[in-house]
Write a protein of this length. Structure first.
Length: 187
């Protein structure tokens, strides 16, 4: 009887965790082999000379990968935002959309310039492609990468949309989102 009670108690304790593990395998996720969520972005991904002559970054875009999109996804949008930038007003580093549902990521450096895999929006400095971190020395910022699944055809939106314009166009068309945060400060 004691063994039976112990087995039932173990099953009750383990079952919720086992269910969450199976559920987590089906979550819409965004990841990068270049850095873990919440970890420091390597210097090569920083903004380079766009951030000033003393910047040692290469403005190389990190590789990104995603999996398990929500049902009905036809395209994706990706944004990279520094909420700490411009003294708390935030800075938009990358706006991309019209990414076909068949695309499951970007290789390192692939979005450092224009790409046929996405439609370029407009970042705070007016760029249509990735623009790496540009922080003052010793000032840690958080760079949020957000992947949004949509029910829009990849060719539905015109190029050059800002973050706010994109959000207006995506209203009522989002299926889900996944995020990843990298931290950075200029050495």
């Amino acid at each position: 009887m004691v063994r039976l009670i112990a087995a039932i108690a173990a099953a009750l304790v383990l079952a919720p965790g086992a269910g969450r593990a199976a559920e987590n395998q089906n979550l819409f996720t965004l990841s990068s082999p270049a850095f873990a969520d919440g970890a420091t972005l390597p210097l090569k991904y920083a903004g380079g000379t766009l951030c000033g002559a003393d910047s040692k970054g290469g403005n190389l875009s990190p590789s990104l990968a995603w999996s398990n999109p929500p049902a009905g996804t036809k395209s994706y949008a990706v944004l990279m935002i520094d909420p700490d930038g411009r003294r708390g007003l935030g800075s938009v580093h990358w706006v991309a959309y019209g990414i076909p549902a068949s695309v499951t990521g970007f290789a390192e450096g692939e979005v450092s310039g224009p790409s046929e895999k996405y439609v370029g929006g407009k970042s705070t400095p007016g760029l249509a492609h990735y623009f790496g971190p540009c922080t003052p020395p010793g000032d840690w910022h958080h760079y949020t990468f957000t992947l949004i699944a949509t029910d829009l055809d990849p060719k539905a939106l015109e190029p050059g949309l800002t973050r706010d314009q994109l959000f207006e166009k995506l209203a009522g068309h989002t299926k889900g989102a996944a995020g990843l945060i990298g931290r950075f400060t200029k050495p």
